[in-house]
Design a protein around this ligand. Structure first.
Ligand code: DX5
Ligand code: ZN
Length: 222
């Protein structure tokens, strides 16, 4: 089952609640909430108080992508604010196993994220503790960048590692430069959760753009 997650980074931030309504009407599955701290990446975006307001405005699944240097200090705030899933970067200052366990102990889904240059096998020791792995398909920090094709090999390797360990339900999310051209490539490689900011919010017809992202691969079950 292919799911889409709309990155609010590309929306009209002066009207977040209207933009989320647009996502719901377009049958987008999740809302992707990019948290940047000005340290792990250059920019600063928004934190858990904003996610709390988003939570109050929608019942959609909230996917919090923490691009922060010290995710351990933030997990409790995002869980309390109403995130349904928290992804943090393996390249951050963290002990992955204990943070993944902490996230699950708070009753929400856990995920590890990896930057394009990070070898995918660094997440393998933690797969059983992850509900999802986020494979970045651009360098984290900015929306609107071009998809990095080298990341396809990492997605394929990760899907094969998960399958060989019997982890059929592991979600593989891709984030960055996802549009109707790159979506078929990432889905064929084994990704099943597609984040799109520009590809959804800047589309002339969000519902059509979303349907194209979600279209099943030829010959694959939907
Ligand atoms: C980048 C963010 C992405 C970004 C995707 O650091 O993690 O979620 O908003 O934006 P697009 O879809 O425009 O590449
Ligand atoms: Zn993101």
């Amino acid at each position: 089952m292919i799911k889409t997650s709309a990155s609010l980074l590309a929306c009209d931030l002066a009207d977040i609640s209207g933009e989320i309504s647009r996502c719901k009407a377009a049958k987008v599955d999740w809302i992707h909430f990019d948290v940047m701290d000005g340290r792990f990446v250059e920019q600063i975006t928004y934190g858990s108080p904003v996610l709390k307001s988003v939570r109050a405005a929608t019942d959609m699944f909230l996917d919090a992508h923490l691009m922060v240097e010290d995710p351990g200090s933030q997990i409790k705030f995002f869980a309390q604010a109403g995130a349904d899933l928290i992804d943090f970067h393996i390249e951050s200052r963290c002990e992955p196993a204990s943070l993944l366990k902490e996230i699950r102990s708070l009753g929400i889904k856990s995920a590890l994220a990896v930057k394009p240059a990070t070898p995918i096998d660094v997440v393998y020791p933690y797969l059983e503790l992850c509900d999802m792995v986020l494979v970045m398909t651009v360098e984290p920090g900015y929306g609107g960048q071009a998809f990095i094709p080298d990341t396809l090999d990492k997605i394929r390797a990760l899907r094969s590692a998960a399958d060989s360990r019997g982890l059929k339900d592991l979600d593989i999310e891709v984030d960055g430069g996802i549009n109707d051209k790159t979506a078929p490539l990432v889905k064929a490689a084994g990704a099943n959760v597609l984040v799109a900011g520009t590809g959804l919010f800047k589309a002339a017809d969000m519902a059509l753009a979303n349907a194209r992202l979600k279209a099943p691969q030829k010959g694959a079950p939907c």
